[in-house]
Design a protein around this ligand. Structure first.
Ligand code: IPE
Ligand code: MG
Length: 253
């Protein structure tokens, strides 16, 4: 498996650790990281990009198949315009600096979220990245950008309603599985772990439907400080969890 090759390259030890097939991450705490240093919030975002680069590296090395990152939420538009435009320029810079490496490492990028409100330049950039990485087979990187979980669910409901109206879809055929397939994540398996940094313990409209049985892991590390030891701690915690999916767990007497 390609992920194993990458693990050899980085020589990580995965013995005894359970590796999530799908890891979803809310990268939180950039602003607080910067504030703690008396620096502008934008410095925290710039530093956060380095942590994202590391996260992708760990995901490949440890053999995570799908990695979803919450990079810009539908609600982030309420931030000052200057911060919003900085976040957009950062995405462009990240693509400029990292696209080649992503392709070389076999990363396939897809975007989850609404295309509304995004300018033509950003949309073109997203399409370019999606197209140029389409053959990646090592890691699927799902970038939740202009994404909201409720919007995702409403969009799926609207798409199915249109199919009922226009294509003769039988409403009785709309099962949970059919509904899930209509979400932005489509056939991607649900996240095994939803990780949030910075000590906040909320989902904040991230993958609401998809996280029904995810292990929620909250860590105090601020996003720019996220490193391999934080990543391993997350894996250790996930390995300890007893996943039941509504049944009886292994430790149940
Ligand atoms: C996460 O860091 C980055 C984005 C939401 C884009 P924050 O900007 O939320 O940092 P805090 O929460 O203010 O520390
Ligand atoms: Mg925050």
């Amino acid at each position: 498996m390609a992920g194993d090759l990458a693990a050899e390259k980085m020589s990580v030890r995965t013995d005894g650790l359970r590796i999530p097939g799908h890891l979803a991450v809310t990268m939180d705490g950039n602003g607080r990281w910067a504030a703690a240093r008396g620096r502008p919030r934008t410095d925290g975002h710039a530093e956060g990009i380095k942590a994202l680069r590391r996260l992708v590296e760990y995901a490949i090395a440890y053999g995570v198949g799908h990695l979803t990152i919450f990079s810009f939420s539908s609600e982030n538009w309420t931030r000052p315009a200057q911060e919003v435009s900085f976040l957009f320029s950062l995405m462009r810079r990240f693509v400029d600096s990292d696209l080649k490496r992503l392709i070389k490492n076999g990363v396939r990028v897809r975007f989850l979220g609404s295309r509304d409100r995004l300018d033509a330049g950003v949309l073109a950039l997203m399409d370019e990245v999606t197209g140029k990485t389409a053959r990646g087979e090592v890691l699927e990187l799902l970038v939740a950008f202009n994404y909201g979980g409720r919007q995702d669910i409403a969009d799926a409901a609207r798409a199915l309603a249109r199919q009922v109206r226009d294509q003769g879809l039988d409403p009785e055929a709309i099962t949970a599985e059919v509904f899930a397939a209509a979400l932005a994540t489509g056939t991607v398996p649900d996240p095994d772990v939803v990780l949030r940094t910075s000590g906040e313990q909320r989902l904040s409209n991230f993958l609401l439907w998809q996280s029904a049985y995810s292990e929620l892991i909250f860590i105090d590390t601020l996003w720019p400080d996220f490193d391999e030891s934080a990543f391993r701690d997350m894996l250790i915690e996930y390995t300890r969890r007893d996943r039941r999916f509504g049944g009886l767990g292994q430790d149940t007497p």
